[in-house]
Design a protein around this ligand. Structure first.
Ligand code: ZN
Length: 177
């Protein structure tokens, strides 16, 4: 267990964070300031602290079309102004590649939007699998009061395009208003 062999196969205990701290990447507010809509709220939070907004695992899947990248993600509870903590969100570089999310704990939504600006939400709830169809940017939002944890899997060479979201954003923000 826990030896990643992408050729011969492997089983891996994802949930043991203490055993694999190196697999986790964190995103703090200072690393994603422009992603939130209320810049006054961003600055007032950062004057006090730089909270971790989310963290995710990278297992290092080979970036080949026949491999599958997967792992856990965790979005912490909280808001910046009225906007809930969320991931940056991205299109895949290979835009016609889908992704599967499976909710483990907490409560939230997946916000998805295509290049034409058509958007919708899917649930991120324990026991629920949500399918992000090809062609849709996707962002996870924690609308609950506890950490939102979920499993993800996608074609390993799909890549992430964050720049486009940073430039144009999603047309819809998830807030408590
Ligand atoms: Zn993705």
């Amino acid at each position: 267990m826990n030896k990643k062999d992408w050729i011969e196969g492997f089983a891996f205990l994802l949930s043991d964070k203490d055993a694999h701290p190196d697999l986790w990447k964190t995103r703090t507010l200072s690393q994603m300031k422009s992603w939130f809509r209320d810049q006054t709220a961003v600055e007032s939070v950062l004057a006090i602290e730089d909270p971790v907004i989310y963290e995710y695992q990278e297992l290092g899947a080979p970036e080949h079309p026949g491999d599958v990248a997967f792992g856990l993600s965790r979005v912490f509870p909280g808001k910046i102004g009225h906007e809930y903590y969320m991931t940056k969100g991205h299109f895949h570089n290979i835009i016609d590649t889908a992704e599967v999310y499976y909710g483990l704990s907490g409560h939230g939504i997946l916000l998805i939007e295509n290049e034409a600006g058509e958007w919708k939400t899917l649930p991120l709830e324990p026991g629920v699998a949500s399918y992000v169809p090809k062609g849709y940017a996707h962002r996870s939002v924690n609308t609950g009061e506890e950490p939102l944890e979920f499993f993800y899997a996608f074609r390993a060479d799909a890549g992430h395009n964050y720049g486009r979201i940073e430039t144009t954003g999603f047309s819809h923000a998830v807030t408590d208003e």
